[in-house]
Design a protein around this ligand. Structure first.
Ligand SMILES: C[S@@+](CC[C@H](N)C(=O)[O-])C[C@H]1O[C@@H](n2cnc3c(N)ncnc32)[C@H](O)[C@@H]1O
Length: 207
């Protein structure tokens, strides 16, 4: 168990979390041998992007996670209709998921599309791509793994750019073409958006 001791939770909530942790661990344990390298989408929502991406990239094993059960239910429906052997959706909170990731399973590509922006200063700690999350993602990544972010919140994008430039594990991949287009639910609603990409690698090559 690895609950946040600053925010105690009820024994019922702890049991739900523990059961989910067991489920995620079992799901990943059953996949790791056949799929040691994965393309991961964090906060996959209804699964539009990853379903289309997996269909176009049959050589990559694609895993989408979201903490909202109803969104994963809709994603699973798409997975069922598409019948793709290289696609899975898992209900999980991102830190919990990474905690359960088996040693032998590595991240090759990571997509984060229109993450919750948490614009208020006091809520910035809730944003998905903070310094500690970037470090954890890099620990689980292969060398030259790629991170792709797209958002309509330009303050968020600049905040991630700053986190990446402070990171010893990641460097910005300026000029990298966005590898695959499929509009998401939030992309459809956005008036405009920007994208960035980064790559893990030798910190000596940073700059
Ligand atoms: C604004 S929506 C974007 C959904 C989708 N990517 C799109 O572009 O339509 C953000 C999604 O991230 C999920 N999410 C937010 N924080 C999360 C976390 N810590 N772990 C897992 N999912 C998370 C939310 O449940 C939600 O589905």
């Amino acid at each position: 168990m690895n609950h946040d001791t600053r925010h105690p939770i009820s024994s019922e909530a702890a049991e739900i979390l523990e059961n989910r942790r067991r489920e995620v661990t079992a799901t990943l344990g059953a996949l790791v041998e056949a799929h040691p390298m994965i393309t991961l989408e964090l906060g996959c929502g209804h699964g539009h992007f990853l379903t289309a991406y997996a269909s176009a990239h049959s050589g990559e094993f694609c895993l989408g996670i979201d903490r909202q059960g109803n969104r994963i239910t809709r994603s699973l429906r798409k997975q069922g209709h598409a019948g793709l052997p290289n696609l899975r959706f898992v209900r999980a909170e991102v830190r919990q998921f990474l905690d359960c990731l088996p040693e032998g399973m590595r991240l090759a590509r990571i997509f984060v599309l229109f993450p919750d922006p948490w614009p208020k200063r006091r809520h910035i700690k809730n944003r998905m791509l903070g310094p500690s999350m970037l470090a954890i993602l890099a620990q689980h990544a292969i060398p030259e793994a790629e991170l792709f972010l797209r958002t309509d919140d330009f303050d968020y994008l600049e905040w991630v750019e700053a986190n990446l430039s402070d990171s010893v594990e990641w460097r910005m991949h300026t000029g990298r073409v966005w590898p695959f287009e499929r509009e998401t639910v939030f992309q459809r609603k956005a008036r405009s958006y920007r994208s960035l990409s980064a790559v893990t690698g030798d910190p000596a090559r940073k700059g």
